[in-house]
Design a protein around this ligand. Sequence first.
Ligand code: SF4
Length: 257
Amino acid sequence: MKLLLHACCGPCSLEPTRILRAAGHDLTLYYANSNIAPAEEYAHRLGTLRTWAGGEGLPVVEGPYDPAAWETTAGRVGEAALAAADGDVLRVATHPALREARCRACYRLRFEEAARVASERRFDAVGTTLSVSPYQFTEVIREELERAAAAAGVRALFEDYRPFYDEATRRSRATGMYRQNFCGCRFSEAEAAAERAERKRARAAEREAEAAAHADERAAQEAARAAKRAERAAYAEKQARKRAALRALREQERGER
Ligand code: SF4
């Protein structure tokens, strides 16, 4: 089947393309990701994808990069969710329900674009690599891909690639492929940073609690070491006194001879 595969980045494309090619599909990768910010990050991910795909003989087509369109759709939904969380980025990061509507709007924008191109260029179906990530909303991806495909009059080829995520991670690391540490939008970058900071804070608190729990034990060990040192010093002093007395005795004996 002639398939237009929406691709979000290089690492996420590794396993879906392997599986789809093994199934005999004729693939073209479509990079339609107006969600990615800033523009340098967008270009970096595209460059990574192109370099890898070139080596694999896979064509890559770049879609329009329109961050303003993303801001008026998903961006607005994201702002509303952040306001509902009183601006608490970490709360949004740790509560999927606060992110789902934003991600749905984000998938919608990208899949509508991919489905439109698939229809115009007479592909048999449209698919996406997004469903390899366990951090995405898999069911929402399926719904939005099918919705966009139906509206454009093409077939949706959805697959849940999450079982292959570990292998994709391994392969991308092994080849030194650029691996971003946030999903793509400005919200996800702030959320990923907040989660990292929270993990760091939690680790420091854990270390502090452990240190406090062992403080008495360490004080007792230190007191035992100090007592041992004092005992050794007293013994050394006693020996020195003995040696001095012996020397004095010998000198006295020599003087009497
Ligand atoms: S977290 Fe990812 S999928 Fe969700 S809105 Fe941001 S870029 Fe889109």
